[in-house]
Ligand binder design. Structure first.
Ligand code: ATP
Ligand code: MG
Length: 780
């Protein structure tokens, strides 16, 4: 396709947005109106029509999956778009820091700590804290970073008024800086500081990127806004797109204000609104619009269903969560029989834990599924162990990684010995105290050097264990050096310099000092392949970094350790480690390859969506569905206390309502809403009330099935009464539902029940209702 043909399919507003130049541009539009499509087309247009260097275009989005999809879509229109930089805010921050590590006070090989690592770090710094207290503090520190607040900020009291919090934050920061690593908040906060303190880096960045675009702008937080401001130079063209109705990350510091006040922050901003929805059929948009229109703090938008009328969404009242899972399974199995692929389906839920019931049911019924955005794989013990080993091989100053694996499998190195080594390491590395007592920072010293130094002082068993551990790490590092083709790659014991530095660390610091430029970005390994090469690669024919990871799991003893755990779990664990080896095959066998591999894993596990291209149903939390679309969607667990969660009120309830809007607007053709009468919560069965959002949907917009709870029956009678008496119908056609509702208001309509709805859903469900009635005959 040429430029003309991509532009021709756009509507006039979309086209205007694509060819807009000059002033900052804000595209403010509802779900499915083509915002993301405008960004991808604009990238292609700038390159092919404006002759722009692809590498000078930066597009930022919210999830790794969205970034990959955007890259694919743009490259399909214009192949040179693959040289543009399409990243998440966090991965852009990591990219920038890595290139300016020395200026930012980091190791060039820094690793990214997740919350768990942060809690361990803080617990070590403040042993008096319980794990729970440390976890709460780390959570607050992350919030402070979202708002760009350091420990000395006068506004920190907004996060926690207790002056002790600043002290805890300060200690945490010190300890974190000492490791040379970063946490997630730092990936935004440190670049903001770097650009403020180093105008030369800022200028270089401004001349590198002449176009900056942001998708899902409504979910940016204060720190991300600051970063955006810093990367936008006087000649940068800035375009952001978003939808205030889809702001769903307030709990992570997202500021819907960023989008509402964009024009004030960037003077001269032009605003374009897109009002045609190309994704969903009319009745689905009506339902979504009914709910979100109850929010007060919104701009309000028109959304016309370009696709016109279609199947009404179905609301189903179901006895319990097991029935909910089998209801969904039956829907899917039935549609499959009619030739619909599994991949057309997504099951949405409010919290991750809800996936379990669906997973069990689908496994049982052999319905293929994938859990998107779950941290499960990387949370497994054997994977965390393997990653710790890799992290330590990349960065010998990683205290968390060191502690995690130095004595796993057991090498006779108890907590006391570990503390001794870490204290020695810290004394030299950060204490500035050299052996002759002079003040002397030793940049090359790490926990491995400290281990080597203390070797002779340890009891025999510990000495043997530690010495073997060091040998494994060193021979692994040699493998990386050999992979880089460095001359003189030799065993670390031979290559120790006077201060005990293995040669690999020296080369790391050389790279760090040379890493301050902003070279053209090479396509990141793994991104170019989008996971396609993952499958079918076993260690035997392992390539690239896979050789390294394969050797690591064996030489470290982790393979036999986990194999020996027990027969069944052991096999699983080995298979999981094998998957890690497979994933590494996409990276080169170099130190940089290793660092990049670890970074991608860290970014993926935080946000992201598992990439699977086989035909499978998607199980996903509503938060993770941002920007995605599916032909058929079931939004489950629509009960008060589940969705919306707990006793949400005021702003929090509005955020839950926006989540409901996001959930419904993912559906293209069919939407099912399920609500259970009972659910296992906290280990026992609780009786549930329907979600208040269900009462906000005009009952004429939906098909209602199942045993109606009393409250919903009352709602229907009340609505019917209102109509009879001619009262204004508060939930009739409004913004968000500009397509006509199918059918006229049906005041005398009887209360729907399954017997009267024999046409849909399919037959097997009738059985379930009967069963449900037996179970819950007097609970309604
Ligand atoms: P969200 O708010 O959910 O992120 P969005 O505004 O980014 O949605 P897109 O994902 O860009 O919307 O587009 C929604 C769907 O509509 C996509 O399948 C897209 O290809 C399609 N689409 C967008 N514009 C047009 C158009 N002019 N003609 C036909 N299809 C279109
Ligand atoms: Mg989008």
């Amino acid at each position: 396709m040429n430029t003309d043909s991509w532009l021709r399919i756009l509507n006039p507003e979309q086209k205007a947005a694509v060819v807009h130049e000059g002033s900052p541009l804000l595209i403010l539009a509802g779900a499915g109106s083509g915002k993301t499509r405008v960004i991808t087309t604009k990238i292609a247009w700038l390159i092919s029509e404006r002759g722009m260097d692809p590498a000078s275009i930066l597009a930022v989005t919210f999830t790794n999956k969205a970034a990959r999809e955007m890259a694919e879509r743009a490259a399909r229109m214009e192949s040179r778009a693959e040289h543009s930089v399409l990243r998440t805010f966090h991965s852009f921050g990591a990219w920038l820091l890595r290139r300016n590590a020395a200026l930012a006070g980091l190791e060039s090989t820094f690793t990214i700590y997740d919350d768990d690592d942060g809690v361990t770090l803080l617990s070590k710094a403040m042993p008096a804290l319980t794990r729970q207290q440390a976890s709460a503090a780390v959570h607050k520190i992350a919030r402070a970073k979202d708002y760009c607040l350091g420990p000395d900020s006068s506004l920190l009291s907004l996060i926690d008024p207790d002056p002790e919090f600043a002290e805890v934050y300060r200690l945490y920061e010190k300890r974190l800086r000492d490791t040379g690593n970063v946490d997630f908040g730092d990936l935004i906060l440190l670049p903001v500081r770097l650009l403020a303190e180093h105008p030369e880096v800022r200028d270089r960045l401004h001349s590198r990127f002449s176009v900056v675009m942001v998708d899902e702008y409504q979910d940016s937080n204060v720190a991300q806004f600051e970063l955006l401001k810093a990367i936008t130079g006087p000649n940068t063209y800035l375009c952001v797109v978003g939808d205030d109705d889809q702001s769903i990350y307030r709990f992570r510091g997202a500021e819907v204000k960023n989008i509402l006040t964009f024009a004030d922050s960037f003077p001269g901003t032009q605003v374009i609104r897109l009002e045609r929805n190309y994704r969903s059929v009319g009745p689905i948009l009506s339902v979504a619009g009914d709910v979100v229109s109850k929010n007060e703090g919104r701009l309000g938008k028109t959304l016309i269903a370009e696709r016109g009328d279609g199947k009404k969404p179905v609301l189903v009242f179901i006895p319990n969560q097991d029935d909910e899972a089998s209801f969904c399974a039956e829907l899917i199995a039935n549609s499959r029989k009619k030739g619909c692929p599994y991949a057309d389906w997504a099951i949405l839920y409010r919290t991750n834990a809800q996936s379990l019931g669906f997973e069990t049911e689908f496994l049982h019924r052999k319905i293929p599924y994938k859990v998107v955005g779950s941290l499960k794989f990387y949370e497994r013990e054997e994977i965390k162990d393997s990653l710790a080993f890799l992290a330590l091989a990349a960065n010998g100053r990683d205290e968390i990684a060191f502690r995690r694996i130095v004595n796993k499998p057991a090498r006779g190195l108890g907590a006391v010995t570990q503390d001794k080594i870490v204290d020695e390491g810290r004394r030299i590395i950060f204490g500035g105290e050299s052996l002759d007592g002079a003040f002397n920072f030793d940049e090359s010293f790490d926990y491995l050097s400290a281990s080597r130094r203390l070797l002779e002082t340890l009891p025999k068993k510990a000495r043997a264990g530690l010495s073997e551990f060091l040998h494994v790490i060193e021979s692994l590092r040699d493998m990386l050096n050999a992979g880089t083709g460095q001359p003189g790659a030799q065993s670390a014991s031979q290559s120790e310099s006077q201060n005990g530095l293995p040669s690999s660390s020296q080369s790391g610091s050389q790279r760090a000092s040379g890493a301050q430029e902003l070279p053209d970005e090479p396509p990141a390994p793994g991104e170019s392949d989008a996971g396609g090469g993952k499958k079918g690669r076993q260690a035997k024919g392992a390539v690239g970094l896979a050789l390294f990871v394969d050797k690591m799991i064996e030489a470290s003893g982790l393979l036999s350790y986990h194999q020996g755990q027990d027969e069944i779990a052991g096999t699983q664990r080995v298979a999981n480690m094998q998957e890690l080896v497979n994933a590494a095959s996409l990276y080169p066998l170099t130190r940089e390859g290793l660092v990049e591999f670890l970074e991608h894993i860290e970014l993926d596990r935080s946000m992201a969506a598992e990439e699977e291209d086989s035909d499978a149903v998607t199980l996903i939390t509503v938060h993770n569905t941002k920007g995605l679309e599916f032909r058929r969607v079931a939004v489950t667990g629509l009960e008060s206390g589940v969705f919306p969660r707990d006793d949400k009120k005021g702003d929090d309830l509005e955020e839950e309502r926006r989540l409901m809007y996001v959930a419904c607007t993912r559906a293209m053709d069919e939407l099912y809403l399920t609500s259970c009468a009972a659910r296992r919560l906290y280990g026992r069965t609780a009786f549930m009330e329907p979600s208040p959002f269900l009462f906000e949907i005009d009952s004429d917009s939906i098909e209602v099935l199942g045993r109606l709870p009393r409250s919903y029956q009352q709602h229907l009678s009340y609505s019917a009464g209102n109509r009879k008496s001619g009262a204004a119908d508060s939930t009739s056609v409004k913004a968000g539902s500009a397509s006509p509702k199918s059918g006229v208001l049906n005041a005398g309509r009887p209360i729907p029940n399954p017997e009267r709805q024999a046409s849909s859903p399919p037959d097997p469900l009738q059985e379930r209702w009967k069963r449900g009635r037996k179970l819950f005959h007097d609970d309604y």
